[in-house]
Ligand binder design. Structure first.
Ligand SMILES: C[S@@+](CC[C@H](N)C(=O)[O-])C[C@H]1O[C@@H](n2cnc3c(N)ncnc32)[C@H](O)[C@@H]1O
Ligand SMILES: Nc1nc2[nH]cc(C(=O)O)c2c(=O)[nH]1
Ligand code: SF4
Ligand SMILES: [Mg+2]
Length: 215
């Protein structure tokens, strides 16, 4: 199978329990909850996306004919260092493209593999760190993993507090609230803090890369 990759880059993980960690980001093209076109945003299931995942034209992007080629390219972004190799598979929705061959090739290069997924497709069992970010109005089938990262508040249908209570019972090691980044970011941050104050199961995470000027 071939892979459509929007972009690849070396940065620090900005979000979640692994924030601050040196990581290669591999951003796959395409998502099952939005086309990525602005004219479709208002009618999409997921309407608040902060990411361009359309096409393969980004830095380090392209079509990769096989898993070894893609893993080799990822290793070039990591560079010479042999210790701590860490890669985050994101998108778009990475589970639309991840397969056994890619997981084996990345592990073969010594990477610990993390995923950022919307949870509507079961994640590959070979992935080492599973972050699921549920979207209101979608059917989340992946209800276990390392971190559940709920963007808050969610516009449109929105997650009700009943949904939040239900998610507290899902089998994640960490339950995180991430403020929604949009035109009302300051209000959203306050709402996110209020939720954590009310429900101590959750912890706040912020998108540190946006404060630091990193990708
Ligand atoms: C761009 S998504 C790609 C991975 C996957 N499709 C998903 O939604 O988890 C990466 C992360 O950014 C989060 N995100 C996207 N737009 C956001 C926004 N406007 N504010 C805060 N977090 C956002 C998502 O919820 C997800 O945790
Ligand atoms: N630095 C940095 N950290 C991130 N964590 C999750 C991201 C994503 O878009 O999946 C992301 C991203 O785009 N940049
Ligand atoms: S599911 Fe993820 S990639 Fe898809 S539109 Fe939503 S935030 Fe963006
Ligand atoms: Mg991002």
């Amino acid at each position: 199978m071939s892979y459509a990759v929007k972009e690849m880059f070396l940065t620090l993980q900005g979000e979640g329990v692994q924030a601050g960690r040196r990581a290669v980001f591999l951003r796959f093209a395409g998502c099952n909850l939005w086309s990525g076109r602005e004219q479709d945003r208002a009618s999409a299931v997921c309407r608040f996306c902060d990411t361009d995942f359309v096409g393969t034209d980004g830095l380090g992007g392209g079509r990769f004919a096989d898993a070894r080629d893609l893993a080799d390219a990822a290793l070039r972004f990591w560079g010479e260092r042999t210790e701590g190799r860490y890669i985050v598979l994101t998108g778009g929705e990475p589970m639309l493209q991840i397969d056994d061959a890619l997981i084996d090739a990345l592990h073969g290069h010594g990477f610990t593999i993390a995923i950022e997924s919307n949870g509507t497709i079961p994640v590959h069992p070979g992935i080492d760190w599973v972050c699921i970010s549920p979207k209101a109005g979608s059917d989340v089938v992946q209800r276990s993993g390392d971190e559940l990262k709920l963007v808050w508040p969610q516009p449109g249908a929105g997650h009700s507090l009943a949904d939040v209570a239900e998610m507290e019972a899902w089998a994640f090691a960490h339950h995180l609230i991430q403020p929604l980044d949009d035109a009302r970011a300051a209000d959203n941050a306050r709402a996110a803090v209020d939720l954590v104050m009310d429900r101590p199961v959750w912890r706040l995470t912020v998108q540190a890369h946006k404060y630091l000027g990193l990708r």
